[in-house]
Design a protein around this ligand. Structure first.
Ligand code: KG4
Ligand code: ZN
Length: 365
């Protein structure tokens, strides 16, 4: 048996260019040897959102050097890695092409196997790297592109229990911020303003709350915020703070209801898993302290462990892509052929139906 496997990961599906080297030892422990991320925030902030063409060009400009930097920081050469893992979807097609083609070229030139990784699988498996979780567990992915509740049964075995039928949660934060004149990305700005606001001043809607299905909907909330802002215009800082606080409260209540039902379903489907069941969060919205607090309390009440990996591994990064590759290798899965194609839409759960809107930003599925 090989003592350890070492892999180079590449991530370019949205607005972060990232490369990482990770190794996994046969007896179980893992090392992140390097983790390099270049955010394109400055390139996109003037437009209030990610511009696909700008993102793709920025990946082209940065990726080669970033990979060299990741190898250098890990103190290894390409000869010392066992495989290459590159995100091949879902995401913005231009960025995916840059990362996957680079991965293919390196795999070919260095004679290494290539693993084409689903970005969502990277998010889904991260908690096994950071917290050693065992299967099955529930994962809530809340980012600018996705809002999904996923049952993680095993490597390659995912069931989507809920998804947004319109906006992703991060997108709702970003749009709310924009219409209130706050900077992009909106999440941190809304959270900051909300701290000084009155969460009870506006009674914003909580769509789908009370329904048995585990899906989410945020576009009605955004519309209600717009209406409230128009009704009391011109807005003082005080008004903006109250709207942000009331918005966050509505989101918090929505998550409490939706995720609460998800936890109940998990307990029904897995009455005896041996260890305490776990809910994992991932995605940029997981940075929000109020929402984290809500999820923590919910988990405590329901006897769940609440697992929030460090923020740098919750947001887009290449460590999670490398890790997903290592997980696949550990199952003995064959690498991908070099003619593998990027996929802008690539649901983790191929049995899940596509819902209208499905919470995409750009082309993310
Ligand atoms: O995972 P991420 O970094 O990138 C992708 O979406 O791929 O997530 C970014 C999203 C943005 O919509 C941003 O507004 C949101 O996460 N976000 C937050 C907070 N920090 C970032 N939302 C709410 N509260 C925050 N503190
Ligand atoms: Zn992501």
């Amino acid at each position: 048996m090989v003592p350890f496997l070492r892999i180079l990961g590449i991530e370019t599906s949205c607005d972060e260019t990232a490369a990482a080297v990770v190794e996994r030892h046969a007896e179980g422990h893992s090392n992140v040897l390097s983790d390099v991320v270049l955010s394109q925030l400055d390139e996109h902030s003037a437009y209030g959102g990610v511009v696909p063409e700008i993102a793709a060009r920025a990946h082209v400009e940065a990726l080669d050097e970033l990979i060299e930097e990741a190898l250098k920081r890990a103190n290894v050469s390409l000869n010392d890695v066992d495989a290459i893992a590159a995100t091949s979807g879902p995401g913005l097609i231009g960025g995916l092409l840059v990362g996957l083609m680079t991965g293919k070229a390196i795999a070919r030139a260095a004679g290494k196997p290539l693993y084409a990784i689903n970005h969502l699988e990277g998010h889904a498996l991260t908690a096994r790297l950071t917290d050693g979780l065992s299967f099955p567990y529930l994962m809530l992915l809340v980012s600018g592109g996705h809002t999904q509740l996923i049952l993680v049964r095993g490597v390659g075995q995912y069931e989507r229990w809920g998804t947004t039928i319109d906006d992703a949660l991060g997108e709702a934060f970003d749009k709310t911020a924009k219409l209130l004149g706050l900077p992009y990305p909106g999440g941190p700005a809304v959270e900051r303003m909300a701290q000084a606001g009155n969460p009870d001043r506006f009674d914003f809607p909580r769509p789908l709350v009370g329904e048995a299905r585990l899906d989410f909907s945020f576009s009605g909330l955004k519309t209600a915020v717009r209406q409230a802002a128009q009704d009391i215009a011109p807005l003082s800082d005080h008004d903006v703070a109250d709207i942000c606080a009331s918005f966050q409260k509505a989101v918090s209540r929505t998550l409490k209801d939706r995720i609460g039902r998800g936890l109940q379903r998990f307990k029904t489907e897995f009455p005896t898993t041996g260890e305490k069941p776990a809910l994992v969060v991932a995605g940029g919205v997981a940075a929000n302290l109020e929402l984290r607090g809500t999820l923590q309390v919910l988990c405590d009440k329901n006897g769940f462990r609440f697992v929030a990996p460090p923020l740098s591994l919750c947001t887009d990064n290449a460590v999670m892509i490398a890790w997903a590759g290592l997980e696949r290798m550990a199952t003995g899965a064959a690498p991908d052929a070099l003619d593998v194609q990027p996929r802008s839409r690539w649901p983790l759960d191929s049995n899940a139906e596509t819902l209208i809107g499905f919470g995409k930003r750009g082309a993310k599925a």
